[in-house]
Design a protein around this ligand. Structure first.
Ligand code: SAH
Length: 362
């Protein structure tokens, strides 16, 4: 008896991975003029058409070309949890079966989406749930853009006229370890003819890959930058973030200074508060000294109360008193400081939690 094995249809890349410039070039090489690319672009991002066949007004030949080479959607919704505060956490399945998390949060100033950039993460910060699963691959820019589109399409289906206005690249993965795709992603979502999310409404967070911070400073991406500092000295930082061995604080600060000089934009220094580890008054004073007079004008410290990743975690969340005391000490030193608000505390809030739970259950 012979069994017939069907050849699987090759997975086409998502068209969301192309910038308008790239789409224009791609169609141009095939004999289509720029206005056609703009037409397709507007249908994708303004009308949010998810099927090439439904692209009304586009030349049939161009539709055929696009259909043969690209998919529009490659992610499927695996799980969706909605919190009482309006936060929605999505678990998406990629075309290769991997699961990723995307979170939408509601703020007074608008709606933000936190995107994932890699499947797993190799940086291995000791307090982070994302690193529990080693990186298996980078996401493509199409897969990162599609997270925003999926959320926006979800909002569209509710017919409240809501729009994703802010983006934080703070989900699973190290965006600067996937620089090209991250950069393409930003170019796509910023585009005025498409989603038009302002660069000042986009924040990229890095564990501190110094060379990439410099490259970012030289680029025209112009988004906000956040750096996960988390400790005021090398001994402590190496203890909680092993990347500090390769890129110690002095090297990181040099790259930050380069960024500040080049861009003259504000920078966020993220500081996770771990009980009795890095949350004492002496740490706050050391942090203020590290920031010093030159960086003070452009640096904002964002205190992040630790979110316990699981019951076996070696860390605990700082007490409310310690958080307030740390905040006050920095303030008194003239440092601009804020405390990160929590969203979706009732729905596996910490980054990577939902995914790692699903992977354990799977
Ligand atoms: N790879 C990027 C993005 C990580 S997530 C980076 O390192 O910056 C965004 C922020 O959440 C980082 O500052 C990260 O250190 C922090 N974070 C990770 N795990 C956390 C936890 N369990 N509780 C609170 N913050 C956490």
């Amino acid at each position: 008896m012979s069994t017939h094995v069907e050849t699987p249809t090759p997975i086409k890349p998502s068209i969301y991975g192309l910038t308008l410039e790239q789409l224009t070039a791609w169609l141009g090489e095939r004999g289509h003029k720029k206005s056609r690319a703009v037409q397709v672009w507007e249908l994708l991002y303004r009308k949010r058409v998810t099927d090439f066949a439904a692209m009304e007004g586009v030349h049939a030949e161009a539709i055929k070309l696009l259909q043969d080479s690209f998919a529009i959607q490659t992610l499927t919704e695996h799980t969706k949890q909605e919190s009482s505060d309006g936060t929605i956490k999505f678990l998406f399945k990629l075309s290769d079966g991997n699961l990723i998390e995307t979170v939408m949060m509601r703020h007074k100033f608008g709606l933000s989406v936190c995107v994932t950039t890699q499947v797993g993460c190799n940086i291995g910060c000791s307090f982070c749930a994302s690193g529990l699963l080693a990186k298996s691959r980078d996401l493509t820019s199409g897969e990162i853009v599609e997270q925003i589109m999926k959320v926006q399409l979800n909002l569209d289906s509710r017919e409240q006229g809501e729009r994703v206005s802010h983006v934080v690249v703070m989900g699973i993965g190290e965006p600067f370890d996937n620089y090209e795709h991250m950069s393409n992603f930003i170019t796509v979502i910023k585009d005025h003819k498409g989603l038009a999310i302002g660069p000042r409404h986009i924040t990229v967070s890095t564990c501190g890959l110094a060379d990439k911070i410099r490259e970012f400073a030289d680029s025209d991406l112009q988004t906000n930058l956040a750096v996960s500092l988390h400790a005021p000295n090398d001994e402590l930082r190496t203890r909680i973030m092993k990347i500090n061995r390769a890129i110690p604080i002095a090297k990181l600060m040099d790259a930050i200074d380069y960024y500040l000089e080049r861009t003259n934009r504000r920078i966020t220094l993220e500081y996770i508060l771990l009980k009795d580890v890095n949350d004492q008054r002496e740490h706050a004073l050391e942090l203020a000294a590290l920031i010093g007079d030159t960086r003070r004008a452009l640096a904002n410290v964002n205190l992040i109360p630790y979110n316990p990743v699981d019951e076996h975690s070696q860390y605990q969340r700082s007490t409310q008193e310690s958080i307030t005391a740390f905040y006050d000490t920095l303030k008194k030193q003239g440092i601009s400081v804020s405390v990160r608000l929590e969203h979706g505390a009732d729905i596996d809030a910490a980054c990577g939690q939902l995914r790692s739970k699903q992977m354990k259950e799977a």
